[in-house]
Write a protein that binds this ligand. Structure first.
Ligand code: PLP
Ligand code: COI
Length: 364
């Protein structure tokens, strides 16, 4: 049976993307459309455990039409980034936190748990082989997408006895196409993302599938993202479709919705709370209602608002729209606290500033 010390069979891609083509792609990759030459793959089956770890050419998968994931959506994923650092090296940001969350997501979806060291090792091996794929665009990084799905060929509803774990890499620039200094968000009144006891705190594909109709509504109303309210009262702000949310007040304090089990425990969220508190700022993890949000924005008590996540980093929110109308925070542009805290995070991630919390894992 394989364990976290197992060795990866390496089969190099015999037809990698050419140097000139790769350079073109890396100059303007956008988000999630460009992929590197290789992928990591590990199999799990009941009785045998984790086995057949490999790094191979990135290629389409062969799936049986009865593979459980295609029917009952037993699938989880992670998102983290590798950066070129100021000293010319490469580093990942808090991969141990992603490894832990991946295991917790697996528990919630009744899936096999991947040992955390194996999660990190699979990424180390893959980034090492595709190290020439870091984007050259300003602010670019190598987005790492580990994921796992149910691969048993069976139509009964039960936890699968077989899983495939993979990692793919995507050189990325900014997440938002518009590139605007602040994004707009739509408050979903018709749809919720997660209910107590549901899967809101797990990073499973199903959460994103169910957010798409609300995201489409946001786009229809000219907004970049959707923000969800709680399922029970339709009153409390939870999170965006793919990001956590923070509020900044005139007294300099910050507030973010608590981890009540219905939102994703974001690693960026956690890092920003630590950074803000180390600056002496007050950070509250407390519920915030949509009504209060509107009232505080109008009175000027609320001065800034931002979204945060691996893909979005820290993105100022300027405008909020709902069926009852819209409002802005301040002048609707990026706020000073938002931009300062973003810079502090990015400087640590890229090795420009010291890393007092041991978040940066060097690669290579
Ligand atoms: N909330 C949701 C729904 C997300 O998809 C993400 C992105 O991963 C986040 C929050 C932020 O999490 P993290 O900072 O760990 O990327
Ligand atoms: C991430 O930030 O890693 C996510 O998974 C969010 C998604 C919107 C790309």
């Amino acid at each position: 049976m394989a364990d976290s010390r197992q060795s990866f069979v390496i089969e190099r891609n015999t037809a990698p993307v050419g140097v000139a083509e790769r350079a073109k792609l890396l100059a303007d990759p956008g988000f999630g459309r460009v992929f590197t030459d290789h992928m990591a793959l590990i199999r799990y089956s009941e009785g045998k455990g984790w086995h057949d770890a490999s790094i191979t050419a990135r290629k389409p998968l062969m799936l049986d039409p009865a593979a459980a994931v295609l029917h009952y959506a037993q699938e989880i994923f992670e998102g983290l980034k590798a950066y070129k650092t100021a000293d010319g090296g490469m580093a990942m940001f808090r991969p141990d936190a992603n490894a832990r969350r991946f295991r917790q997501s697996a528990q919630r979806l009744a899936m096999a748990e991947l040992p955390e060291e194996l999660f990190i090792e699979s990424i180390r091996q893959l980034v090492a082989i595709d190290k020439d794929w870091f984007p050259t665009v300003e602010g670019g990084s190598l987005y790492i997408r580990p994921f796992m799905f149910a691969n048993e060929v069976f139509l009964g509803v039960k936890p699968s006895s077989e899983y495939l774990y993979l990692v793919i890499l995507s050189p990325v620039g900014g997440y938002f196409k518009s590139g605007a200094p602040a994004v707009s968000i739509w408050v979903s009144q018709n749809y919720t993302r997660a209910a107590p006891g549901g899967t809101g705190a797990a990073k499973c594909g199903g959460n994103y599938a169910s957010s798409l109709v609300a995201q489409a509504e946001a786009s229809k109303h000219g907004c970049d993202q959707v923000v969800f309210l709680d399922a029970a009262e339709h009153k409390w702000v939870e999170e965006l479709g793919g990001m956590n949310v923070f509020f900044v007040f005139e007294d300099g304090s910050l507030q973010t919705p608590p981890l009540s089990g219905t939102i994703l425990p974001g690693i960026t969220r956690d890092s920003l709370m630590t950074l803000a508190r180390s600056e002496g700022l007050t950070v509250r993890e407390e519920p915030y209602s949509f009504d209060q949000w509107r009232t505080d924005a109008a009175s000027g008590k609320l001065t800034e608002c931002f979204a945060c996540g691996t893909a979005a980093v820290v993105t100022p929110i300027g405008r909020v729209a709902s069926p009852e109308g819209e409002f802005k925070m301040g002048a609707g542009g990026p706020g000073q606290t938002t931009m300062r805290i973003k810079q502090r995070l990015v400087d640590i991630q890229r090795g420009v500033a010291p890393d007092p919390h041991g978040w940066v894992h060097k690669l290579g």
